[in-house]
Design a protein around this ligand. Sequence first.
Ligand SMILES: Nc1nc2c(ncn2[C@@H]2O[C@H](COP(=O)(O)OP(=O)(O)O)[C@@H](O)[C@H]2O)c(=O)[nH]1
Ligand SMILES: [Mg+2]
Length: 386
Amino acid sequence: MADNKTGFFKRVFSFGKKEAEIDAPEKLNQPEKSEQEQEQKQIPDLPILPDAPVQEITAPEKSETLPETLETENSEKIDQKKSWFQRLSSGLSKSSSSLTSNISTIFTHRKLDDDTLQDLEDVLIQADLGLETSMAITEKLAENRYGKHIEGEEIRTLLSQEVERVLAPIAQPLKLDFHKKPHVILMVGVNGTGKTTTIGKLAAKLTREGAKVMLAAGDTFRAAAVEQLKIWGERTGSPVISREIGADAAGLAFDAMQEAQDAECDVLLIDTAGRLQNRAELMAELEKVIRVIKKQNPEAPHSVLLTLDATTGQNALQQVEIFKEKAGVNGLVMTKLDGTARGGILVAIAAKHQLPVYFIGIGEGIDDLEPFEAGDFARVIAGLTG
Ligand SMILES: Nc1nc2c(ncn2[C@@H]2O[C@H](COP(=O)(O)OP(=O)(O)O)[C@@H](O)[C@H]2O)c(=O)[nH]1
Ligand SMILES: [Mg+2]
């Protein structure tokens, strides 16, 4: 079914047996199913789900499948027509143009010497790439081109190569194992970083693929947050589990786990209230939510995703550290790469933390979230056009 489809989803989620082998090796020891049993399993309610175990699911082109009800804004319609690379380029234009214009300024009519190398290193550090990557780039340049005239284009190419080298290991697809029923994704992060929006965008991607998705409004502090999630629930046709304002978030998560299991959902996306990483009592509350989820299923949450707002720059590094320690974050989503000059922070985070970055957000719209691609990102940030 999926073999003839190509497109971005291949990079987004992996499904099926391959993943089950990785995540649940004990499944391999189970006896082979009879052909009849397998045949029965081939009549799924949800054709894309792991009942077709050897398939890696790919997505149809967005423009073909986007239901009309989701086309809410003209700007979104226009965006869909552009390729992802173009959209990424325009989203990241502030980051790349400030970087590349500073590089051009340094090298206009100047040779590559100690002064220009130092200036370049400063520019790269200012662009939030981190000391390690900035030094690696300047050292590489010094090795090969010291004392010579060098063109901006050559530096941009080298910059792109070095950035890609750092990012490649952490640009991974989010692997969803639908054998889990549900695969539980807990979304955590500082207030305003894009947790709820990212849940909505992910629910849209998943439901478009036919997955049965449930949402849990775990930000029980704010009525607006619950309403916001309900709107995403309506847009994506996903039921939303919510409680009255002020209710215990852990209790809600517990109930949502039960409901998602009873309803045989494929994915349960649990929202949480935003919290600063340095507020111990709020982090303890998050730990409690996780403990309670584990009471329902010791393997859950299967994915703990941290949303990072690219506009916050260096503070994101500390957020990763603490949320990783306290909440067992095992993947990142970087949001708001549009409209910031600080997109280079992704490179510093990659170099430091080695956590997979599954998605990047480049806008508020339903389609403004895409799987993270190291090569594209590196070329765009270095100001290369193709
Ligand atoms: N420009 C831009 N805005 C975003 C992005 N992701 C989220 N937002 C906006 O950021 C604000 C906070 O997002 P929200 O999901 O409520 O954050 P939360 O507090 O972590 O749940 C909202 O206005 C979102 O529309 C993004 O990738 N780009
Ligand atoms: Mg929220």
